[in-house]
Design a protein around this ligand. Structure first.
Ligand code: XMP
Length: 527
């Protein structure tokens, strides 16, 4: 069973059946941008299971397969008889056509990219969609014969049936991708579907989420005690505020200082949560332990593993001292839920693919077999929704808009062995990067901006004296979700002041270089 089904939520939803398209998650987000709740689940989810999700409509996503191939993914045929509106997108439309008795075949000409959409019928799905507006196509197959009861709503030069409908049964299909930004009226089409055709209210708002989440937390934990490992990122901070608002003193927050935080961060966090908001945080100073464990360790994966293991050890020891606790709160978000429900499908086998590139997500995280029950109130939210909730609960912009920061912290931004003196150098350089980017008004424009310390030395000259010191790499990227990224084109003036300040103010550094690698092939972090 998909984990979406064991979510415990019954808010009316648009259910997205994922056929493995790279845009599936985007559909879920676009629906929510219409203030309509959406859940995403595997295409194998049965009609019965879908009903448990309180569906108001169903969207079939795109996917990489050809529906006429043997073993191609299709959905439970009972879905067509639920009486619930269905919208098939790209491959999803082909599934609809094929399963309902039409035919799909290789298109005369594959169509990738932008195409003008000629609307033939603008009664329901295409209301308010301008004639000739651009849509985004990405398909090699096309519907050849429509199933009985279906009519054409729109066409493009290459695709006679670019949008189709069976008005009576409220079944719709679009060959293009309304969810991508290049489809100019894509949001209008999705809004027509969710609001007018499915009758969804615009009731998925931050306030509604907070109310529902507070109810759920109360029901789940009752009068029991809850432990939260606070990192200072937006997820765990929002979670802390939400839990504090709901269960007050039943909550204990623990902040483990590994010694790899940015300059001033531990102090800021303690000051902010504990003193300003009276949200009790147990500060655990574990700096010595961590640096000791990393002595003589050069391999990146080894560093990550040691930090991860040590984190768990400290966490277990300290929670015993502070406990007992019945629940552990975790800032799991919806993309994690989707990922663990297995939606990355292999185009050939339809099976989930997971490729380990770096052992991230277990580092700074906790193992699954801890003796706690989990409270995960944010598991229904995307990152931008978490930010809105955080804001609404009173978190300052400084935390809400914070750049992502990896669990192992600065330790994976010092290549090779981590020492106290290297950490101090990196902290000072990193602070300058942040200050300058903020000063230039670009902090919120970039996904991450940080410094990396390389363990090599080069020759320089300062005030007539020869220097032999470390270089700092400036890494600054734009990204949607961290999965892919491009290096940011920062203004030369800004680069100049960052470089000048680092070389002048940070002892031990005599050179600043710029990383201009995208991801892939590079990764965002250097280790
Ligand atoms: P990479 O380096 O793989 O990073 O391109 C992608 C995103 O993930 C962050 N990152 C981590 N986050 N624990 C985390 O919570 C980790 O161990 C970790 N490693 C990388 C990285 O900062 C970027 O945003």
């Amino acid at each position: 069973m998909s984990s979406a089904l064991i979510d415990g939520q019954r808010h009316p939803a648009i259910v997205i059946l994922d056929f493995g398209s790279q845009y599936s998650e985007l559909i879920a987000r676009r629906v929510r941008e219409n203030n309509v709740y959406s859940v995403m689940t595997r295409y194998t989810t049965s009609a019965k299971e879908i009903l448990l999700l309180n569906p108001k409509g169903i969207i079939l996503s795109g996917g990489p397969n050809s529906v006429y191939e043997q073993g191609a993914p299709i959905c439970d045929p009972d879905i067509w008889n639920l009486g619930i509106p269905v919208l098939g997108v790209c491959y999803g439309m082909q599934v609809m056509v094929q399963q309902l008795g039409g035919t799909v075949a290789v298109a005369k000409q594959a169509e990738y990219g932008k195409a003008p959409l000629e609307v033939d019928d603008s009664t329901d799905l295409l209301v308010n969609v301008a004639q000739g507006s651009t849509v985004w196509m990405s398909h090699g197959d096309t519907g050849k014969k429509l199933p009985e009861g279906f009519v054409r709503l729109a066409h493009t030069n290459n695709t006679p049936d670019a949008a189709i409908a069976n008005h009576q049964r409220r079944l719709y299909g679009v060959q293009f991708h309304p969810e991508v930004i290049h489809s100019l009226y894509g949001m209008v089409i999705l809004s027509n579907f969710v609001h007018h055709i499915c009758g969804c209210e615009a009731d998925w708002t931050t306030e509604v989420f907070i109310e529902e989440a507070m109810d759920q937390i109360r029901t789940q934990v009752g009068t029991k005690r809850v432990l939260l490992a606070l990192s200072g990122g937006v997820d765990s901070s929002t979670l802390a505020f939400l839990l504090h608002k709901t269960i007050r003193n039943q909550l204990t927050c623990m902040f483990i200082d590994q010694g790899f935080m940015r300059k001033g961060e531990p102090e800021f966090l303690m000051d902010f949560f504990d003193r300003k908001f009276n949200l009790k945080v147990q500060y655990i100073n574990a700096r010595e332990r961590f640096i000791e464990k990393l002595r003589g360790i050069f391999d990146p994966e080894e560093k990550r593993r040691i930090i991860g293991t040590e984190f768990i050890r400290v966490f277990e020891e300290e929670s015993k001292l502070l406990g007992p606790f019945d629940y552990l709160a975790q800032g799991t978000l919806y993309p994690d839920v989707i990922e663990s429900a297995g939606t990355n499908l292999d185009p050939k086998t339809g099976e989930r693919v997971a490729v380990k590139i770096k052992s991230h997500h277990n580092v700074g995280g906790l193992p699954k077999d801890l003796q706690f029950k989990l409270v995960e109130p944010l598991r229904r939210l995307f990152k931008d929704e978490v930010r809105r909730v955080g804001r609404s609960l009173g978190l300052p912009e400084e935390i809400v808009c914070r750049h992502p920061f990896p669990g192992p912290g600065l330790a994976i931004r010092i290549l090779g062995e981590v020492t106290s003196s290297n950490l101090n150098i990196l902290r000072d350089a990193d602070l300058i990067v942040r200050e300058e980017i903020k000063q230039a008004g670009l902090y919120n424009e970039v996904w991450q901006a940080f410094a990396v310390l390389l363990p090599v030395r080069s020759v320089g000259v300062m005030g007539d004296k020869r220097t032999y010191a470390f270089p700092i790499v400036l890494r600054c990227v734009s990204s949607e979700d961290g999965m892919t990224a491009d290096w940011s084109r920062l203004p030369y003036d800004l680069l100049e002041s960052i470089s000048n300040r680092i070389v002048n103010e940070v002892k031990g550094v005599n050179r600043v270089v710029l990383d201009i690698t995208s991801k892939p092939p590079g990764t965002i972090e250097w280790e």
